[in-house]
Ligand binder design. Structure first.
Ligand code: 5GP
Length: 198
């Protein structure tokens, strides 16, 4: 389970998309959210867009691995897809906030690798948020205010990448993934493999 967190606008989504494209063994955990879709977002691909009653129902039924309120909306990770993918020996990528990461860490510490993406500066973060042009001024202001809050949790993560340059940041996250996959405890069947050589 690979978690990427960052304030919105730090480049996390682009890194996530490129990671998934380059690695067939990595699949995205698609979250449920009560926020409305942005232009270009597709239900079931970027998010499962649900209303508040449906979200509450899923929560009450224990359908979420983790869930949190972010800005004025609710977000949650549906459990079934993640468990199916992990059972099929896939690695799962999560684009979730610090609250969700804390919950996953409590439930699955050994299986979790967490990466925090920092923007190169607050000025650059604001520039990226404005350039994206998908949110109103009011929303951008709110997100800037929340960015400081989100960033205050950087030290809870296993790795921190400062996103000065997209290609470099992508390579750094891929390096983390490659190294974590090589950890002794994650290489199942190693004991039998070595025994077969002696
Ligand atoms: P956005 O609305 O911009 O897509 O996402 C806002 C924030 O919510 C981002 O920081 C994103 O990582 C976080 N987020 C998205 N899905 C989930 C989820 O399922 N759980 C949690 N805890 N956070 C999420």
């Amino acid at each position: 389970m690979l978690v990427l967190s960052s304030p919105s606008g730090a480049g996390k989504s682009s890194i996530a998309t490129a990671l998934l494209k380059a690695d067939p063994n990595l699949v995205l955990s698609v979250s449920a959210t009560t926020r409305p879709p942005r232009p270009g977002e597709t239900d079931g691909v970027h998010y499962y867009f649900v209303d508040v009653p449906k979200f509450e129902k899923m929560k009450a039924e224990g359908a979420f691995l983790e869930n949190a309120r972010v800005f004025d909306n609710y977000y949650g990770t549906p459990r079934v897809h993640v468990e199916t993918q992990l059972a099929a020996a896939k690695d799962v990528l999560f684009d979730i906030d610090w609250q969700g990461t804390q919950q996953l860490r409590q439930n699955a510490r050994d299986d979790l690798v967490s990466v925090f993406i920092l923007p190169p500066s607050m000025a650059e973060l604001e520039r990226r948020l404005r350039r994206r042009g998908q949110d109103s001024d009011e929303v951008v202001k709110k997100r800037m205010a929340r960015a400081a809050d989100e960033m205050s949790h950087w030290h809870e993560y296993d790795y921190v990448v400062v996103n000065h340059d997209f290609d470099q940041s992508l390579a750094q996250v891929q390096t983390i993934l490659a190294a974590e996959r090589l950890k002794r405890g994650r290489q199942t069947g190693l004991k039998a493999f070595v025994a077969s050589m002696s």
